[in-house]
Ligand binder design. Structure first.
Ligand SMILES: Cc1cc2nc3c(=O)[nH]c(=O)nc-3n(C[C@H](O)[C@H](O)[C@H](O)COP(=O)(O)O)c2cc1C
Length: 200
């Protein structure tokens, strides 16, 4: 599937075959593509919790507006981010870079994030948002449908997955075999409303 096709055919699908299982190879393929998603300074702050325990899925569904995707999708990924990834051995993010690049980047990372809670949180959401789109397009190309989700109680889910204090949850992405197509696109804004020339 080419990129344009994947973008045009990706839809937020809400009904999945609960009996379908993704193979380990498919999950590996998907995650090996997802980890190529860009992050600022290559800090790779995203963390993905794949919820496999069905009773945990039920508990999560109970705090997610009873949305069926949570229990029925083949894969339920909770996109989290480590707010402190920038200070956890940052040199490893530039392991393969030339020494002069690493020597420039590592202190720059510290300068960019230290004591800037809002920047750390914004970066978490940026990284997870981009990763979510990679998941959705890669899954589409692999023959799967997806649903991005933030309709859930973030604090309750954090407790259920033992989210560390220095991590945040950005969203879920459910991946599976659709049993019902998405409804018609609800309405797209005209390009001239979303694309501005030079300034507002
Ligand atoms: C951040 C985010 C959160 C969303 N949360 C939910 C959700 O909790 N449940 C749901 O069914 N759809 C959810 N959606 C799907 C949107 O409703 C859907 O993407 C939008 O209506 C456009 O439809 P389309 O993705 O099929 O083009 C979410 C989408 C995004 C990007």
């Amino acid at each position: 599937m080419d990129t344009f096709e994947a973008i045009k055919t990706r839809r937020a699908v809400k009904h999945y075959d609960p009996n379908h299982q993704m193979t380990g190879d498919e999950i590996e393929q998907l995650m090996s593509l997802v980890k190529l998603s860009p992050t600022a300074f290559n800090i790779q702050n995203f963390r993905f919790v794949s919820v496999q325990d069905q009773s945990l899925r039920e508990s999560i569904r109970a705090v997610s507006w009873d949305q069926a995707q949570v229990t029925d999708a083949s894969l339920l990924l909770i996109l989290c981010a480590d707010l402190k990834a920038w200070e956890k051995e940052p040199a490893r993010y530039w392991d393969n870079a030339p020494e002069e690049v690493r020597d420039f980047m590592v202190p720059a990372i510290d300068q960019y994030y230290r004591d800037k809670e809002q920047v750390q949180r914004d970066e978490a959401m940026r990284s997870c948002g981009i990763a979510a789109q990679t998941i959705m397009l890669a899954a589409k190309a692999m023959g799967y449908d997806t649903c991005p989700m933030d309709g859930f109680d973030f604090d309750a889910v954090a407790k259920l997955i033992n989210l560390p204090d220095d991590h945040v949850i950005a969203m879920f992405v459910a991946v599976g075999k659709a049993t019902k197509a998405a409804w018609e696109r609800p309405g797209q804004l005209p390009i001239d409303e979303i694309l501005l020339k030079d300034h507002f």
